[in-house]
Design a protein around this ligand. Sequence first.
Ligand code: HEM
Length: 419
Amino acid sequence: MCAKRLVFNPLDPQYLADPYPTLAALRESDPVHRWLLGRWTTARYPTSSRLGDWLFTRHEHVEALLKDRRLGKWKPRLDLQRETSVEPVVRSQTLWMGLRDPPYHTPFKKLFAQYLGLSRIRTLVPLIEQLAATLIDEYRPQGGMDLIADFADQLASRVLAALIGVDAERWRELVRLAERPMQLFDGTPLAGAARAEANADLQTLNAHLRALGKGVAGAGREGEAGLLQALRAIPSPDPAAADDEVFEAQLVLLIYAGHGTMRDLIGNTLLCLHREPETLAAVRADPTLAGDAVEETLRYESPACVDQRTVHEAFDLAGITLQEGQTISLSISSANRDRRVFGANADEFHLERPARAASLAFGGGIHYCSGWALGKVQAEAALRVVLERLPALQLPSLAQPDWRPSIALRGLNSLPARW
Ligand code: HEM
């Protein structure tokens, strides 16, 4: 471990505008950084350690730690049976499969693999294109739109609604209710009344999701169940939580993991591409390159920028001892810019990138993103539709993008467009 220490606030506007020089400095001079996450956020992560976190920034470490079975997601110190008064946002998170180890994690992982696999997702392409085209056509006569609020956010919501089998308007209302709780999940500092409101919204959201679950319980013949029915049929793997509660938590996870990231990937792809006029011209000329633009965006402006793990078994790495029960943070954004892996031009955006398979944008190990296929397929289809239908598209905020203040996700508040 190196002696030099950098102090940085991940919510500082300057850092958010361009986190990469700081991350590069960390990679070189302080690759295992003592990161007191609690200093910057009021979020009480169910997995966060009171000791503070180690932040790993080198690709080599991030990749190895994502896959290392001596680490997991669950923090045994939080016992739901004893700690019954934890606030709703924290309790919900403790039940997300994405924050649990096997065996809790396993039935949900299998179910998501079945319903979100590439072959199934590919059948959605005509629907995604049609939804994207409808959204763009609605704004075409106006000469402008916000590509985040009016397009990426709407598209992500409508596609997920279709996939889950919920009416689009009803799902939209649920996503809206999730907005404030999401800020807490994200690590945005919220305290006092704002925090109470976020918790109240989550309780209302849970009540709606419970009603949704009751509506599908037992519905559908064997072998015909949709995602919602199949999810509702999984009994709670945790004796401290009821079936309903566990079902609700997985849907909240799907909104968190599947909606915001999707919106951010579409927004970041449009931004990255428009910053590179030659690359943009190449994709306009050959729309089959849209997939490469999405892949490179996943590496270059990863929507999921930090991942966390809990140490289950002490071991030494990179000059420190990782102690049992400690939480560590893994910077995906930094690993994906590591020159040791991506070469001297790692800080540039290129459609051709030989080492692209090393990108950690979807994580790694048993928690590898369940929605990777939807992420790639939807962003690619969205990009193709935007470029085809808006040949004179211009993005006036390219020089100063409006990044959302968030520790975990990197995406834009807005992306004004005109044509
Ligand atoms: C669009 C871009 C997306 C990105 C960049 C992304 C990224 C990630 C990352 C980094 C993880 C954590 C992996 C780990 O801890 O090792 C994750 C997990 C997860 N993602 Fe995604 N995701 C995206 C889209 C989606 C979508 C569209 C869905 C669902 C519809 C989804 C559902 C999930 C779920 C359920 C998990 C938990 C998986 C587990 O713990 O086994 N994601 N995602």
